[in-house]
Design a protein around this ligand. Structure first.
Ligand code: F6R
Length: 245
């Protein structure tokens, strides 16, 4: 695993966006795996800048998002579809039909998840996947204990994740308790993974994931088994690493 420590949040975003731009420039119809939450906003800002100022072309790009809350409609302001539209898709020349976000209001979540997996396969697999990390080490909504071979499915959110994410909702009771999420196995099949983390509050999860054993107790630590993972983290998130040279 490659570990890159940047001075702050914006520098982290610029660095992460570089890898995505490189993949898109080498393969204009690249398949991107994307994340939501507070961490990727500076990465998306930089991708938008690269589109506007350095002609980064999204016209053939295909995207798959990691997850979506169960029960939220696409136009709910906390749905991940809404987040992607306002933070990236509306600002680049991507075809909306090429953007895949699981539906949180499907009648049949199992079919939704199966079809999502099939679509990834048909697109040729994910060339580069962006990940954030939860305070408990989760990636996508694969909470501790998620099996390494898990696929896209309905998952229960832990109390800790619900509490963490309540900052985006009016009150904690409004946070959905379930989500649809790509599985650990789905994520591990991406050809390249860029994982971004900022803030000292994530330092423990980062140290356990990079320097601890690879265990499903800390889902991000399982990335140690992947051959092309780049951690792009800020100084705060790196603060508990023993070896941060
Ligand atoms: C979001 C996702 C989550 C977040 C994680 C960190 O699509 O899959 O795993 O990456 O919860 O969230 P933030 O960035 O809000 O700290």
């Amino acid at each position: 695993m490659k570990i890159i420590i940047k001075k702050d949040y914006d520098a982290m975003g610029k660095e992460a966006a570089k890898y995505f731009a490189e993949v898109i420039r080498n393969k204009p119809n690249a398949v991107l795996g994307l994340a939501t939450g507070s961490t990727p906003i500076s990465t998306y800002k930089e991708l938008i800048r690269l589109h506007e100022e350095e002609s980064l072309d999204f016209s053939q790009v295909i995207t798959f998002n990691l997850d979506e809350y169960l029960g939220l409609t696409d136009d709910h302001d906390q749905s991940y579809r809404y987040f992607m539209d306002i933070n990236l898709f509306n600002h680049v020349n991507i075809k909306k039909g090429n953007t895949n976000v699981l539906s949180g209001v499907t009648d049949n979540p199992e079919t939704e998840c199966r079809e999502f997996e099939e679509k990834i396969k048909t697109a040729g697999g994910i060339n580069i996947q962006l990940l954030g990390v939860g305070g408990n080490g989760h990636i996508a909504f694969n909470e501790p204990g998620s099996p390494e071979n898990s696929r896209t499915r309905v998952v229960d959110l832990t109390k800790e994740t619900i509490k963490d994410n309540s900052r985006f909702f009016e009150k904690v009771e409004n946070v959905p308790t379930q989500a649809l999420s790509m599985g650990m196995g789905t994520i591990l099949e991406a050809k390249k993974i860029v994982i971004i983390v900022n803030k000292e509050s994530k330092a423990k999860a980062v140290a356990a994931s990079i320097e601890g054993p690879a265990t499903t107790d800390v889902p991000a630590s399982v990335l140690q088994k992947h051959s092309d993972v780049i951690w792009v983290i800020d100084k705060g998130a790196a603060s508990l690493l023993k070896d941060s040279s």
